[in-house]
Design a protein around this ligand. Structure first.
Ligand code: CP
Length: 316
């Protein structure tokens, strides 16, 4: 039951389910404050650092009337005494109605959904998946472009370790995108994701050029941070960390409707002069995460879009 309702990977979501969750997020954007989850407990277990994902999930739970328990650092839990992930999840299943978990191991969320008796929401597992980020990305793309169909999406930076780009390309398989993968050779999109594109009829091109001319046709410019924490060789990180930097001076030829997204945090890959440009959308994108995560928590708890629309617990 928990496994069935969990959000572990974006790969399982149908086109209809994605559009359904986008519609639910839009309902929450109209009225974020409700008592829909009164009496529920949401646990946030973060085995890796986070600002946006944890705080927006916790805000989502609080704004819907749930209570929140959890930890932001596994060192303060009994996992530091050797307690296994399985035992930790069994314990927390006794206390909470849903578990939001970020873990450094790829596959940890899948495992959690198999051993926990309550639904699991994957808040990022290693370099693998970040499905709640993808739902907020899709919501942001839909809001700014009016559609998810036939878009040119440029993924820039760390395409090897960036779980957000892996999840996004899987979700977009329903919507006929053309992806442009822009990365240094060391951080190129892994073969498994290129194969995924080929099997699912997703068009892509690989490029290394990144300048005013090369981004002129983009609908979405999705910048990413080079993920220092995933490198085993820090010399390699030093070699590639400044590969692609977006500056305001590069935006002269872009489409008027083009939006710049970034899952954040940024390090240096978008200069501060871009923040005031009308194409910059990354802070609004992070705000959209609140509404997308309200929708996700409700969905895994079995609250339907119809119930959200009919909800009479809206607060001021
Ligand atoms: N985008 C994202 O996952 O941000 P945090 O690491 O701050 O949660």
């Amino acid at each position: 039951m928990a496994e069935k309702r969990s959000l572990v990977t974006i790969a399982n979501l149908t086109r209809d389910k994605i559009m359904y969750l986008i519609e639910m997020a839009a309902e929450f954007e109209k009225h974020p404050n409700r008592k829909l989850l009164e009496g529920k407990v949401v646990a946030t277990l973060f085995f890796e650092p986070s600002t946006r994902t944890r705080l927006s999930f916790e805000t989502a739970a609080n704004r819907l009337g749930a209570r929140v328990i959890g930890f932001t650092d596994p060192k303060v839990t009994s996992s530091s005494k050797g307690e296994t992930l399985k035992d930790t999840l069994m314990m927390v299943s006794n206390y909470a109605d849903v578990i939001v978990m970020r873990h450094y191991l790829e596959g940890a969320a899948r495992y959690a959904s198999e051993v926990a008796s309550v639904p699991i929401v994957n808040a990022g597992d290693g370099a693998n998946q970040h499905p709640s980020q993808t739902l907020l990305d899709l919501y942001s793309i839909y809001k700014t472009q009016g559609t998810l169909e036939n878009l040119h999406i440029y993924l820039v930076g760390d395409l090897k370790y960036g779980r957000t780009v892996h999840s996004l390309l899987m979700a977009m398989r329903h919507f006929h995108p053309v992806f442009h993968f822009i990365a240094p050779t060391e951080l190129a999109m892994p073969e498994e994701y290129k194969l995924y594109c080929e099997k699912n009829g997703i068009q892509y091109v690989e490029e290394q050029r990144f300048d005013e001319k090369s981004i002129a046709e983009a609908d979405i410019l999705y910048m990413t941070r080079v993920q220092r924490e995933r490198f085993t060789d820090l010399m390699e990180y030093e070699r590639v960390k400044n590969s692609y930097i977006l500056r305001a001076s590069m935006l002269g030829r872009v489409k008027p409707t083009m939006k710049i997204l970034h899952p954040l945090p940024r390090v240096n890959e978008i200069t501060y002069d871009v923040d005031d440009d009308p194409h910059a959308y990354y802070f609004e994108q992070a705000h959209n995460g609140l509404f997308a995560r309200e929708a996700i928590i409700c969905d895994v708890l079995g609250i339907s879009l119809e119930e959200v629309k009919a909800d009479k617990t809206i607060l001021g």
